[in-house]
Structure formats: C-alpha cells, structure tokens
Design a protein around this ligand. Structure first.
Ligand code: GLY
Length: 361
C-alpha cells in the first residue's frame, strides 16, 4: 500500500497503514532510522502480544533492541514514568543518534514521543500505534505530552516521528469499547472534511462494529490521509489543525469533570460532537438534519454511554481552561454541513448554557 506522507520539509515522514506491519518493523524502520540502539517502549499486555515479533524483526536488521515496559493507563502518563524512561536511556548510554520506538496506544506514544524529544535535546523516534484511537489520531502529527498536576497533556512538545507503522491486525484484540472510542474520531473526520466517509460509516456501521479487517484498514487509512493533510498544512495549530478539535472542547471538559474515569475519550467527544452540532444549529450555521445525522450515527455506534447529571457551570469553567481557549474566550469548531466546519469564537454564554442543559437532560 502506498505510504501516506506528512509533508514537513526536512522533517517529512511516511505513515503506513496495513495489516502485518509489526512483523516487518525492522525492514520498514531501517531506511529512515540511522540508529544502532533502540529503546522499545511498551506496556506488558501489548508487549506480550507483539513484542517478540517487533524485537526479532529489529534485531534481524542489526538494531540493538532494549525493551522497556511501563505501567498501562493515563494515570501513568506522568513525570514519574517519564523520568523512568529517561533514566533507562541514560543507564544504557543512549546517544543523540539512538532511537525510541513507541509500541502501544496513545499513552505510550505521547510519553515516548516526549521522552524522545527532550533526551539530549531530541533523539530519533518511531510510532507503532496499536489501538484504533492512536492509529487514527494520536499516533500521527507529532503532539507529545505528559499529564501534569492533574491537567491532561499540560507539558509536552511538537516532535515528529521518523515513520508511523499502524498495523491494523492489532485491532483484532481490541475490546469493543476501545474500538468504538477510535471510531468516534473517524466519525469526526467525516464531519470535518469527508462527507463520503460519513456516508460510508452510516451504511456499513454493522460491519465496522464486527471488526471487518478490510473496512477497518480503509477507515484508518482515510483518517490518516485527512490528518496528514491537515498537519502538513498547519503543524503547530495556528489555523486549520484546530478543526481536529471538533467535539473536543466539551469532550475534554467532560473527561476532566468525570476525572477520566467514567467516559473514554471517544465517548466524551461524542457528547462534544452532538453538543457542537446543536450549537451550530442554534447559531444558524446548519439545519436540523445535520444534527440528527451526527447524533444518530454516534448513537448507533454505542458512543453515548449514560452519564451522571453534571453541574453545567463547572463543566463550562473547564471549557474556559481548555488549552485552545484564548483570554478566557472559548473557541468552538462548528459545522455548516457534513464535511465542512468553521471556527467560532463568539457563541453567547446563554446559548452554551441552554445547550448544556439540553444535553444534561
Ligand atoms: N488530536 C488533535 C491533533 O493532533 O491536533
């Protein structure tokens, strides 16, 4: 399959999306990575599934490979784990030309990317995302971070990998809930840029939920194409990269309000996308059919996990603390029609509150 290019001049790289890539990791990584030493960062469950294949494939290409396993989950995407990774690389005498390969979901990619970006002011880095969410979003685009003082992704950097290997055979072992959380981001790509993708999801949702391998590979690939195009045009999010935040303003606020415990990221942004669609309708940007299509697809995808009633003032406050809010003013990504979004900075507070109440009910 043709690689997808993230076009950033001398920092350009390929995103490969296909089945069976992890077994060929060494062959695929060696042309773009000059390192001899590799730290393979992963978690126990992921390493148990794919570690052996990746290690032997890297070793076959002459990479001295050092697996390093850290605890799973967002709670460990913190400075303590970061310093463990940095300590291990120091212990192994890693040099500027060494490489960190992140094998896992978004937590491993974010943490590994950040460690790679600050160790000796930056070493080579490879992303091997294994969850649907990481394959369609976090694994590409170079956003790296750890959570700090309870705030998600507060400390981080933009640091691009040398290559991304999204092996869609890894999706076989995902739980239904993990698959659906990634699917929420695919639905987002349909709304922001690709009405055909949205139509396809409406028509073939049952097959997607049954994990049809070809269809999942197609969806991951199309999502990566859209994200690669956007990141190539606006790496540091001064313009259209903000479109990727459709549904995320409320989504991030709900995740934080429920302490990252009740909703997955995809479930939280699904409420956020429904909310953004309602705001769009109330702002006169789109008609009711757009809202209904977005809400129905998310609902059919099982993404509206029932949530306890929330305090809308506290959720509003969290939205004003979003990294994308400027001067306390919340920036929303709203939709004009399926496949087209726009940034809106001046949604009246009264409209935000009445829409939040509608959602809460
Ligand atoms: N996840 C949104 C971005 O990478 O910009």
């Amino acid at each position: 399959m043709k690689p997808i290019k993230v076009d950033l001049g001398s920092r350009s790289y390929s995103v490969l999306v296909d089945r069976g890539l992890l077994k060929k990791a060494g062959t695929l990584i060696s042309p773009v990575c000059t390192s001899k030493k590799v730290l393979l960062l992963s978690t126990k469950p992921i390493y148990r599934l794919y570690g052996k294949n990746v290690v032997s494939s890297l070793q076959a290409k002459g990479f001295e490979t050092h697996p390093f396993l850290v605890a799973d989950g967002e709670a460990h995407k913190n400075e303590a784990t970061l310093f463990k990774v940095l300590s291990e690389m120091t212990r192994l005498s890693f040099q500027r030309d060494s490489c960190l390969v992140a094998l896992g979901g978004g937590v491993i990619g974010d943490l590994g990317g950040f460690a790679a970006s600050i160790y000796m002011r930056g070493i080579q880095f490879v992303q091997c995302p294994t969850t649907f969410l990481a394959q369609v979003d976090a694994g590409i685009g170079g956003k790296t971070a750890i959570d700090f003082k309870g705030i998600k992704n507060l400390v981080g950097s933009f640091y691009q990998p040398k290559i991304v290997l999204a092996d869609t055979s890894a999706l076989r072992t995902l739980s239904d809930r993990q698959l659906r959380t990634g699917l929420a981001e695919v639905i987002k790509y349909g709304v922001i840029e690709d009405s055909e993708l949205f139509d396809l999801l409406e028509q073939k949702l049952d097959k997607v939920l049954q994990k049809d391998p070809e269809l999942l590979t197609h969806l991951a690939r199309r999502s990566c194409e859209i994200k690669a195009r956007i990141v190539s045009a606006d790496e540091k999010e001064s313009g259209q990269r903000a479109w990727l935040n459709f549904g995320h303003t409320l989504g991030h606020a709900l995740e934080a309000y429920f302490k990252y415990d009740v909703l997955t990221h995809g479930e939280a942004i699904s409420y956020g996308m429904w909310f953004a669609a309602l705001l769009s309708e109330r702002s006169g940007l789109c008609d009711r059919t757009v809202v209904d299509r977005i809400k129905d697809l998310l609902d059919r995808a099982g993404l509206f996990k029932p949530i306890p009633r929330f305090d809308e003032r506290k959720v509003y406050e969290k939205m004003t603390l979003d990294k994308k809010a400027k001067g306390g003013q919340i920036q929303f990504v709203l939709t004009r029609k399926i496949g087209l979004v726009t940034i809106q900075k001046s949604v009246p507070q009264s409209v935000i509150f009445s829409t939040l109440r509608q959602l809460r009910a």
